[in-house]
Design a binder for this molecule. Structure first.
Ligand code: NAD
Length: 502
């Protein structure tokens, strides 16, 4: 595909199964961050549109057939969505590459992984069962049933738009919830298209509603009294605001937030594999990745050689047009994100870290591209060692022994993921237990599976997505007690409560 093939896509809100204009009638455009070409136009939603969407989702939950359908019926719809995602693979990948700036090959991977999530949720939709208690006494049988929570607000970021909505929405739908979804204003395209596919797959009206727009839409969704749960992925800063607004109304809140993820490289590791993972870990998706391995802790005895090898490989990473299949690092998503990267790099330069590679923009006629960058001799207290940069910037620190490495690894406010590279299985296991992170990779990095729970410790989040427990995030438990036969004892209030019932 070339740029000349691109026609501007026109998109409206998706409310109650219909594509409609926003209350204000206003629109906004998305420009490809690599090409500076307008690729899509969207309805600009506001609080009034959130109200319409929540009303539709509420009605679909309270009075619609979706929550009452058998699990197998919902499962069929989810499975069909997975098939439709695969049918529209090229279209979805193209939108993702154009709006986010990621390489088209990685966009294809994202689409494939998203379809897998819908398939997995379709399987879980047939396994939402409760529990029974038959040993509470001779005259009682109790059931523990899981019921769908209700209306879920789903708010997502721009770095993996289709993947992240697919980590939430199919699991909510699997148990019978309904949803209002707000994608990032930078990358709404795949979410809007996904909603069309969900309708095509046979979901009932109002089950999935999409309101496009800026952060104000998310804020209205978090504070809406008729929403039962907020599932948010994004920055820790915005996550705190969402939690404050939703917490005030005692909603259930699930947060997937930022990370500053350490990879610990021990001297006895397979250094070839580790160098490969370090380069992939920090430059994948241009470092705009919650799991970015942006902090590497190398054992001092091998540090110089290891860093030289990483630089050698990083120099060869092709940066450029996301539509070129050879590209490995595409465009930075926005001018704002580019400014954040430049601010951190300038802080790194002005500290006593050593800039060994990159540190500037890649010259180009259009768009915004940043060089793969490596800082060595970074100290744990520096901002480039502690804060999420969300760009292709690697900070290398050194350590002498594993206890010290784990201490440094645990010294930021985050706790999303961590990794350790060593051939010593005991060292790997004890470090894995000591690392405060939701995921620890031993001699691998960034692999994810629908079967495995994902989420963060500390300021990286609250709750877990994926895994077979994922549907539990969207249910609440009810216990039902049945009297079996004649009651053998009489309930005498005074006997149980000498002070009376008050
Ligand atoms: P962001 O927090 O700026 O925005 C996320 C979403 O929240 C967007 O849709 C945005 O419009 C919306 N929003 C903005 N202000 C809001 C408000 N006051 N109330 C409600 N919603 C609001 O994040 P981003 O820049 O889009 O994404 C990057 C961040 O996401 C990084 O911190 C990254 O680590 C994190 N992230 C985490 C995971 C994870 O699974 N842990 C995955 C991907 C990205």
């Amino acid at each position: 595909m070339t740029l000349t093939d691109i026609a501007i896509s026109e998109n409206r809100l998706i409310l109650d199964g219909q594509e409609v204009d926003s209350v204000s009638g206003e629109t906004f455009e998305r420009t490809s961050p690599a090409h500076d070409v307008v690729v899509a136009r969207y309805a600009k939603g506001g609080a009034g549109d959130v109200a319409r969407a929540v009303t539709a989702a509420r009605r679909a939950f309270d009075a619609g057939p979706w929550p009452k359908r058998a699990g197998v019926e919902r499962s069929r719809v989810l499975r069909r969505v997975a098939d439709l995602i695969r049918r529209d693979r090229d279209h979805l990948a193209r939108i993702e590459a154009l709006e986010s700036g990621k390489p088209i090959t990685q966009a294809f991977d994202e689409v494939d992984a998203s379809a897998e999530l819908w398939d997995y949720a379709a399987t879980l939709a047939r396994h939402s069962y409760g529990d029974a208690h038959n040993d509470l006494g001779p005259d009682v049988l109790a059931m523990v049933v899981n019921e769908p929570l209700g209306v879920v607000s789903i708010i997502t970021p721009w770095n993996f738009p289709l993947l992240i909505v697919s980590q939430k929405l199919p699991f909510a739908l699997a148990v019978g919830c309904t949803a209002v979804v707000k994608p990032s204003e930078l990358t709404p395209g795949t979410t809007v298209h996904l909603a069309r596919l969900i309708i095509e797959a046979g979901a009932d009206e109002g089950v999935v509603n999409v309101v496009t727009g800026s952060g104000g839409v998310g804020s209205a969704m978090s504070a809406h009294p008729d929403v039962d749960m907020i599932s948010f992925t994004g920055s820790t800063e915005v996550g705190r605001k969402v939690a404050a607004a939703g917490g005030q109304l005692l909603k259930r809140i699930e947060l997937e937030l930022g990370g500053k993820n350490p990879q610990i490289i021990c001297a006895d590791a397979d250094l070839d594999a580790a160098a490969d993972a370090v380069v992939f870990g920090v430059y994948f998706n241009a470092g705009e990745c919650c799991n970015s391995g942006s902090r590497v802790l190398v054992q001092r005895s091998i540090a110089d050689d290891f860093v030289a090898e990483v630089i050698n490989r990083a120099r060869r990473v092709p940066v450029g047009d996301p539509l070129d299949p050879a590209t490995k690092v595409g465009a930075i998503v926005s001018d704002e994100q580019l400014a954040v990267i430049e601010r951190y790099v300038s802080e790194g330069r002005s500290g006593d870290a050593e800039l060994l590679l990159g540190g500037g923009r890649v010259a180009s006629d259009t768009g915004r591209f940043y060089q793969p960058t490596v800082f060595a001799n970074v100290r744990p207290e520096m901002s480039i060692a502690r804060e999420e940069i969300f760009g292709p910037v690697l900070s290398v620190l050194t350590f002498d022994n594993l206890d010290e490495a784990v201490g440094i690894a645990n010294s930021t406010m985050y706790g999303l993921s961590a990794g350790i590279w060593t051939r010593d299985i005991n060292a790997a296991l004890s470090a894995s237990r000591a690392l405060r992170a939701g995921t620890v990779w031993v001699n691998r990095w960034m692999d994810g599976y629908p079967e495995l729970p994902f989420g963060g410790y500390n300021a990286s989040g609250e709750g877990r997505e994926l895994g077979r427990q994922a549907i539990g995030s969207f249910t609440q438990t009810k216990t039902i007690q049945l009297q079996v036969g004649e009651r053998t004892t009489r309930w005498v209030p005074a006997a149980h409560h000498p002070g009376g019932l008050s």
